[in-house]
Design a protein around this ligand. Structure first.
Ligand code: DNO
Length: 395
């Protein structure tokens, strides 16, 4: 397995030397500055690759081996194969990536909002802070801040009452914070930052799109893009929904083993792969991650390794330290290592320590939410230790 690290580009607070110091060898990055939907050029990708891969004298080299993500515009999610111009632009970006020799592309198919949290700095007992999704606060946002039409029907009476109490006790600052956390697209998101009226309009644009239709649109998208990926030897890896359940009345269709099985059955191309994100999938108690890792092994080309801890009623969760959540990381890694051992050289699974708590020096610094250096360094070190213990020292 290869040790990756998500790097947000030349202006990111974490430098490439720090990536090296963490022990990672592979970089996961994107052209984050390009507006969603605009085709990437080969030159742009080549320039970024050169920046990542040209090591100063004496430094170990880094390889840009995963593009996370080429964002999929709304039109594709709403219209499927009919969004021909948007799909063609996506394929052009994919071709640019392939021409630069980057073998893995990550993407997701979450409508309107990508990964979603209600709190970015929830204080844990040690003083480190973690990202959190609190169901009551989320409902308070949906029902009383966004005031989404029809939302009440999707919550129990008890949920609505609790959300009302939470909303009534929120300060103006807390309202502003939760609004920003949910609508402004967290780092790495493949969705646009939105104002509340824009958010309502976007939701409206999805009216009538249920899970079956969204799935059909993803299948049409995959049918259109996998031939190009296959021809160029690129693996596409679908990131799971985070959290793995519908939000804002919108369907989500990459949340469970059945969801992924349906996509692999519909589009068997070997380019149709999975980003195995333990933190996202692990939020659902009914997802058996070890079984999923075994079952979908040959489709897994990229893994996000982190853990979440479910709270109370099972709908709220926070991001725990990498080995302290609900995910049995050792058992998951055993499966990934077994798969990796079957692979040809160069086709090994690339993993990255996904997210990290904010701790030590990072508590006093500006950090990219979810992606502080020290918490991720701790996560990578722990994961690497497991791999050594399994006799599978990573590259
Ligand atoms: C969050 C990330 C997501 C992910 C995209 C993949 O930390 O896991 O933003 O990159 O959903 O397309």
């Amino acid at each position: 397995m290869r040790q990756g690290w998500r790097w947000f580009g030349p202006n990111a607070p974490v430098t490439l030397d720090e990536v090296r110091q963490a022990g990672a060898t592979n970089v996961v990055s994107s052209l984050h500055e390009v507006p969603i939907g605009r085709a990437w050029t080969e030159r742009e990708v080549a320039e970024r690759k050169e920046l990542i891969e040209t090591a100063p004298a004496g430094r170990p080299p880094l390889t840009w081996s995963v593009v996370e993500s080429i964002p999929i515009p709304d039109a594709v999610k709403r219209l499927g194969g009919k969004a021909r111009a948007e799909i063609d632009a996506w394929i052009a970006s994919l071709e640019a990536v392939a021409s630069c020799g980057i073998p893995v592309v990550c993407y997701n198919f979450m409508p309107v909002v990508d990964w979603t949290r209600t709190e970015l700095d929830y204080v844990t007992p040690t003083g480190a802070t973690a990202m959190r999704f609190d169901h009551e606060r989320f409902a308070a946002f949906d029902l009383f801040i966004l005031q989404r039409k029809g939302a009440e029907a999707e919550y129990s009476l008890d949920d609505v009452e609790r959300a009302r109490i939470v909303y009534e006790t929120m300060s103006e600052q807390e309202i502003a914070d939760i609004t920003r956390n949910i609508t402004s697209a967290l780092p790495g998101s493949t969705t646009e930052p939105l104002t509340i009226p824009e958010f309502r309009d976007k939701l409206e644009a999805y009216r009538g799109i249920d899970a079956a239709r969204l799935r059909q649109h993803l299948i049409e998208f995959l049918a259109a893009v996998t031939p190009a990926a296959e021809a160029r030897g690129v693996k596409l890896t679908l990131h799971p929904d985070d959290p793995p359940r519908p939000l804002f009345g919108l369907p989500r269709i990459a949340s469970t083993a059945d969801d992924y099985a349906a996509l692999f059955d519909a589009v068997p191309s070997e380019a149709n792969g999975m980003c195995f994100c333990t933190g996202s999938l692990g939020v659902r108690a009914d997802n058996d991650l070890v079984d999923m890792a075994r079952r979908f092994g040959p489709r897994i080309h990229f893994a996000h390794l982190r853990a979440t801890k479910r709270e109370g009623d099972g709908r709220s969760f926070h991001e725990s330290a990498h080995l302290e959540g609900d995910v049995d990381m050792v058992a998951v890694l055993k499966e990934l290592v077994a798969e990796d051992r079957k692979r040809r050289p160069g086709e090994d699974i690339i993993f990255r320590p996904d997210h990290g708590q904010r701790l030590l020096d990072d508590l006093n610094k500006t950090v990219t939410p979810g992606y502080p250096a020290v918490g991720r360094l701790r996560g990578l070190a722990e994961l690497r230790g497991i791999l050594y213990a399994l006799g599978a020292a990573p590259n």
